[in-house]
Design a protein around this ligand. Structure first.
Ligand SMILES: [Fe+2]
Length: 226
């Protein structure tokens, strides 16, 4: 029996079990993915537009420490058709590399003005946009000295489907050794936000992160890890 796969038996008491039971062995998601922090937010399409602004707790409140950034992108299917009205949930560490999460016991500074979670919905053209603070890298595995490079977690959800991915930053010195990046192989570039200039002083810069769902050349999703 392999350590990395198991087969679910078809149950004898449920006559729909035969249809719902996977035909192929299940695979464990690597620790690096399972250890990801999930946002705690109710699933509700009636979101407040302010939830896309992670640079403040609420309108009129002080701005969080660090570099404010804009992240934009388009969610499309394999044929380039926009995926509209998808719930995009975002979470990232603060500028020190600390999550506002009970499981983050790193002791790094918290920022009282940065919650680190946000939500938005793709528009009719599949476009999404949110504002955040450029995250810091963090020592994810002190026992083996493994760092995570700067990254932003994103969940794309519509109906009963949920896909989770991460946007990386070009040139981060920890990129090459990142377990997730290694799994992405040659597709890693697609998970790097493409930096662009933003007018004015409100943002340090913008990042374009287009997401393709389905087909032969999709964005890398943690759900796909085999
Ligand atoms: Fe993370």
């Amino acid at each position: 029996m392999t350590q990395y796969g198991r087969t679910i038996e078809i149950g004898p008491t449920d006559n729909t079990s035969n249809e719902r039971t996977p035909r192929h062995p299940l695979h464990l998601i690597p620790d690096s993915a399972r250890a990801s922090f999930a946002p705690y937010a109710p699933y509700n399409y009636g979101i407040n537009p302010g939830e896309a602004d992670m640079t403040r707790l609420a309108a009129g409140r002080p701005r969080a420490d660090g570099d404010p950034i804009k992240v934009t992108g388009t969610i499309t299917d394999q044929f380039g058709r926009p995926i509209r009205n998808s719930l995009v949930e975002i979470w990232n560490a603060n500028k020190h590399g600390r999550y506002t999460h009970i499981e983050d016991q790193s002791g790094l500074p918290l920022d009282p003005n940065f919650l680190g979670i946000g939500r938005t919905i793709s528009d009719e053209n599949g476009n999404y946009e949110f504002w955040s603070i450029r995250p810091g890298e963090y020592l994810a595995r002190p026992d083996i000295g493994r760092w995570r490079p700067k990254h932003i977690h994103m969940s794309i959800r519509g109906g009963s489907s949920r896909l989770i991915t991460q946007m990386y930053f070009n040139g981060d010195p920890h990129n090459d050794a990142d377990p997730m990046r290694i799994l992405m192989g040659d597709n890693f570039d697609k998970n790097i936000g493409k930096e662009y200039d933003t007018p004015g002083k409100e943002f340090d810069c913008g990042y374009q992160f287009d997401i393709v769902i389905g087909g032969k050349n999709p964005t890398f999703f943690e759900n796909d890890i085999a």
